[in-house]
Design a protein around this ligand. Structure first.
Ligand SMILES: Nc1ncnc2c1ncn2[C@@H]1O[C@H](COP(=O)(O)OP(=O)(O)OP(=O)(O)O)[C@@H](O)[C@H]1O
Ligand SMILES: [Mg+2]
Length: 238
């Protein structure tokens, strides 16, 4: 299911329901049916977590029904898996174990939260989704990309975002921001620099492969400038 496919049939539905009614009534229905699954991706410290609450507030003020979520996490089960994935004492975790734990957490949030929220007519904005697995467990750990894609498909049941934003920033700048600002440091932050460079290059490769789904935002600029661009591009896509 993708939001866009639904929007077209709902547009027709709204046209019929609203014939002869006020513009306000039609506008409020249109906002209720602005179904869209948006994901934010990008390397460490690119700004995903700090931008999402402000985007949500902005969209809600405009009357949209928006539900933010994050990966790994977003449900009780997925948050417990997040703790295992992020725990610095789990240094011996094998990339296969890591990959499968991410899929387990993801399967739960897709079924328990994301699909029901989209079905209820909301915009879902997720801080990371399956592209993170392709970037980190695939390109970062240099595992077979086809195998990773199969696992991801199984975990998501084929739910593809309508829009994915890559917050692109030099990996050294991103890591420096996190250190400087005292952002929580976890097991996924403890790799060598080459790992994060492979992740960033992996993201850029994915954009080339599927340009219709991705928008790249230069996240090396001032935070306010980035937030402004995110607001504009999301409104444009709704
Ligand atoms: N454009 C920016 N300019 C300056 N500081 C920024 C910018 N974007 C984010 N930051 C700061 O960098 C730190 C990391 O940002 P944030 O936690 O949002 O990144 P993230 O993409 O969620 O990282 P991670 O992938 O590690 O979760 C935060 O303190 C945030 O305020
Ligand atoms: Mg974050």
């Amino acid at each position: 299911m993708t939001g866009k496919l639904n929007i077209h049939s709902q547009d027709e539905f709204i046209m019929r329901v609203c014939s002869g009614r006020t513009t306000n009534y039609r506008d409020s229905l249109l906002l209720q049916f602005a179904i869209m699954f948006i994901t934010l991706e990008g390397p460490e410290g690119s700004g995903k977590t700090s931008h999402i609450p402000h985007l949500v507030e902005y969209l809600r003020e405009k009357g949209y029904h928006v539900f933010p979520t994050r990966e790994p996490g977003g449900t009780s089960i997925s948050e417990q898996i997040r703790d295992i994935l992020h725990d610095l004492k789990n240094v011996e975790m094998h990339p296969h174990t890591e990959t499968l734990l991410y899929q387990a957490a993801r399967a739960q949030i897709v079924e328990q939260v994301i699909r029901p929220r989209l079905a209820a007519g909301e915009i879902v904005i997720s801080d990371r989704y399956y592209d993170s697995t392709i970037a980190y467990q695939g390109y970062g750990h240099q595992q077979d990309l086809n195998e990773i894609r199969q696992l991801v498909k199984y975990a998501t049941g084929g739910l593809v975002p309508d829009l994915t934003v890559l917050l692109d920033v030099d990996v050294k700048i991103g890591l420096k921001r996190k250190k400087q600002n005292g952002v929580e440091w976890n097991r996924m932050d403890a790799h060598e620099i080459e790992f994060y460079q492979r992740v960033r290059n992996g993201y850029l490769e994915m954009v080339k492969q599927e340009p219709e789904r991705w928008v790249v935002v230069d996240a090396s600029r001032d935070w306010d400038e980035v937030q402004d661009e995110l607001r504009k591009l999301i409104i444009k896509h709704l």
